[in-house]
Design a protein around this ligand. Structure first.
Ligand SMILES: Cc1ncc(COP(=O)(O)O)c(C=O)c1O
Length: 434
């Protein structure tokens, strides 16, 4: 339901968009980003845009490589040898973690493997992993692979909690599966299709009551939503840095391990998990770092991490609370417009994202039976959304660089595309990346 003061017409939304953009406390950050020419970019939940800050972080690393060669490991600014820890330290502020609990390492999926292998300790009847059927596929592939490597059958030991509407999950229902057969819970923070933000505090509390370790894939929330991992008692988490953190295509991921577990043996040990002062002893016995750093495996990809040196600065300046507030305002504005201007015939869009602010991540799922072709028609008009089968157009208005005016233009385009049936001229086949 729209609130009573909500504008109803395109013109009313237009004035509202102007007012909101004019008074926007974060608007100075948009200038820090490179926006593709003549494009409204609404796909920051897949790949965030490049900022000048991130570009200078990368250029700094290239320069250091040019000037210093191998000496860059110790003499670059910041030194490459401790870059993973330094960036982890800075990212910890975004997720409510203490010093030593967050480190930059590997990729999202590799981090799932190393952390799930570490925290999954089946014993007696306690062999099951609880996940959900709306998970991003790589999470499920990794969980099944962990089970198989332990000689266990995923069809018996992986419980995928069902969704009642195909879009959202009920946290209390998920928690009702936590029992004496559960060895581990691994869930997403925000569902990648609908954008539902799960109540991580509630889930962590319920898992703790039952003595079950719990971890989260926070790829769709870090950089858009504040987290309080320590306060909530989360055991472990991991997230990519190429979506809301704007680290660049395939940029290095982050992982979090609660300090209570820093004495655990990392499952996939590698020399970059060594205590720093011992790493170059070249001993054949592993001396792990005293903190989450021990879950690193390999040499960090410096060129894939360097953009974050600059990118995280923007969050430090803006503050994650302000980013969240503006993100909610943008997604709310879009949903209000969708209700007023895109729901009725002939438009026929529905919203797949929860309306309550506390249950929504950074994107809005617009559902339409012709979603695939409408998304294509938007691209042809210079608007970049993404599409997730069977019928979801995902729109991510990113707090640091999108505007209310852009959302208004998006809605104008959607109305015209449907009114004129322009989408019928677009191919009905999915592209390799959509
Ligand atoms: C929730 C989630 N996990 C993982 C990934 C991808 O994993 P990786 O970074 O290993 O490619 C994505 C990609 O969009 C994702 O949305």
């Amino acid at each position: 339901m729209s609130r009573p003061e909500t504008p109803r017409t395109l013109a009313e939304f237009g004035s509202e968009a102007k007012r909101l953009d004019r008074t926007d406390p974060l608007r100075r950050f948009r200038r820090r980003f490179f926006t593709p020419p003549r494009t409204i970019y609404l796909d920051g939940n897949s790949l965030g845009l490049l900022s000048r800050d991130a570009a200078s972080g990368l250029e700094g690393a290239v320069e250091a490589w040019k000037r210093l060669g191998i000496r860059g490991w110790l003499e670059a600014d910041p030194p490459w040898f401790t870059l993973a820890e330094r960036l982890g330290e800075r990212c910890a502020a975004l997720v409510g973690a203490r010093s030593g609990e967050v480190v930059l390492s590997g990729t999202t999926t590799v981090d799932i493997h190393t952390l799930v292998h570490t925290f999954y300790r089946p014993e007696g009847r306690r062999t099951r992993i609880i996940a959900d059927e709306l998970d991003f596929p790589t999470d499920i592939y990794a969980l099944k692979s962990v089970l198989r490597l332990r000689g266990l059958d995923p069809s018996e030991n992986l419980v995928l909690v069902r969704s009642r509407d195909g879009l959202t999950l009920d946290e209390r229902e998920i928690a009702s599966f936590f029992d004496e057969t559960t060895a581990l819970v691994f869930l997403p923070s925000v569902l990648y299709r609908s954008g539902q933000l799960l109540d991580l505090a509630l889930l962590a509390a319920r898992a703790r009551e039952k003595g079950i370790p719990i971890g989260f894939d926070c790829s769709h929330s870090v950089g858009a939503v504040p987290h309080e991992f320590d306060r909530w008692g989360v055991d472990f988490a991991l997230w990519c840095s190429y979506k809301y953190l704007n680290g660049g295509p395939g940029s290095t991921a982050f992982l979090y391990v609660n300090a209570a577990h820093h004495a655990e043996e990392p499952a996939l040990a590698g020399w970059f998990g060594s205590a720093k002062e011992r790493q170059f002893d070249m001993a054949l016995d592993f001396t792990p770092a005293p903190d989450a750093g021990r879950w690193q495996i390999s040499s960090p990809s410096i060129l894939s991490a360097a953009p974050l040196i600059g990118s995280l600065r923007i969050f430090e300046e803006a503050g994650i609370a302000a980013v969240r507030e503006r993100s909610l305002r943008l997604t709310r504005f879009l949903m209000d417009m969708a209700d007023a201007l895109l729901a009725d015939e002939p438009y026929g869009f529905t919203i797949g994202t929860p309306r309550q602010d506390g249950r929504r991540g950074g994107h809005v799922a617009l559902i339409h039976p012709e979603g695939l072709r409408i998304a294509e028609a938007l691209r042809a008009r210079g608007v970049v959304p993404d599409f997730r089968p069977p019928d979801i157009i995902r729109i991510a208005p990113v707090a640091l660089y999108n505007t209310f005016g852009e959302l208004l233009t998006l809605v104008r385009h959607l109305r015209e595309i449907v009114e004129t049936k322009e989408y019928e001229r677009c191919p009905a086949e999915r592209r390799a990346i959509c």
